[in-house]
Design a protein around this ligand. Structure first.
Ligand code: SAM
Length: 228
């Protein structure tokens, strides 16, 4: 069944209006057809199409299918990279269950502003496709220093460092993964990150991975070892 994220808080019997062209023109659905809806708050519901037109479709929520699932407590801090690759990275991190996406600017970050609407659309689309009932939070772009200020004591900060670091063997518990930009971190940055009490420099192997590859590799290791 098609699956859509809706902003409304879902409840039994509720009438929902959504954009019509996808259900109508693309999927060629009509009255009586069923759709799965989720709202990132109550969970996932079954709904039935009442009417569908070019611009909008009206659905009635019939019943709840499942509650909003708990999300593995993993954040991804990443220096924005080139447009196509950041979209891919956001989509894959969402599919893999990340709870929060935190773009951070570093000395060698080449991108200094992000189209948040575009990135948010990729997050929603990936969540719809992978059947998440909880959306990852997409934080606004901020300097790395600001993101690390007031860092939660109990959250391990795994700093992916291709120039050193221990083999990445995460322990369970709240965590974050930090990935650098195409040009990597400067020496000063690396030293400052390592000096952070929550930071652990970790290696993802002897090869230099692209930032997007490193992000997905690190998330996979964490999910396998510590995810739930
Ligand atoms: N210094 C790299 C170089 O010489 O090409 C550039 C940085 S790399 C393209 C982008 C980011 O991916 C790095 O900042 C690091 O966070 C991560 N990364 C890449 N390979 C890694 C590895 N083998 N171990 C840990 N992190 C890695």
């Amino acid at each position: 069944l098609p699956r859509l994220f809706v902003q409304d808080t879902l409840a039994q019997g509720l009438s929902i209006t959504v954009e019509g062209s996808y259900l109508g023109a693309v999927l060629r659905l009509g009255p009586g057809d069923q759709v799965k809806l989720f709202d990132d708050r109550t969970g996932e519901w079954l709904a039935e199409i009442v009417e569908v037109g070019k611009r909008r479709a009206i659905l009635t929520v019939t019943h709840k299918l499942r509650d909003r699932e708990p999300v593995p407590d993993l954040w991804l801090l990443f220096a924005p990279i080139k447009r196509g690759r950041i979209d891919w990275m956001i989509e894959k991190a969402t599919e893999m269950g990340v709870a929060r996406l935190m773009p951070v600017t570093t000395r060698r970050t080449i991108v200094d502003k992000l189209n948040m609407e575009r990135l948010e659309a990729h997050v929603v689309e990936a969540a719809e496709q992978c059947e998440r009932t909880a959306l990852p939070e997409l934080a606004p772009l901020q300097p790395l220093e600001a993101a690390l200020k007031g860092w939660p004591e109990n959250r391990a900060l795994y700093f992916a460092d291709e120039r050193g670091g221990v083999a990445f063997a995460p322990s369970p518990g709240p965590a974050a993964i930090l990935i650098g930009p195409e040009g990597g971190f400067t020496d000063e940055e690396g030293a400052a990150i390592r000096a952070h009490p929550a930071a652990r420099a970790v290696s993802l192997g002897p090869r230099i991975l692209r930032a997007d590859t490193a992000a997905i590799a690190a998330i996979a290791v964490w999910m396998a070892a510590a995810g739930d």
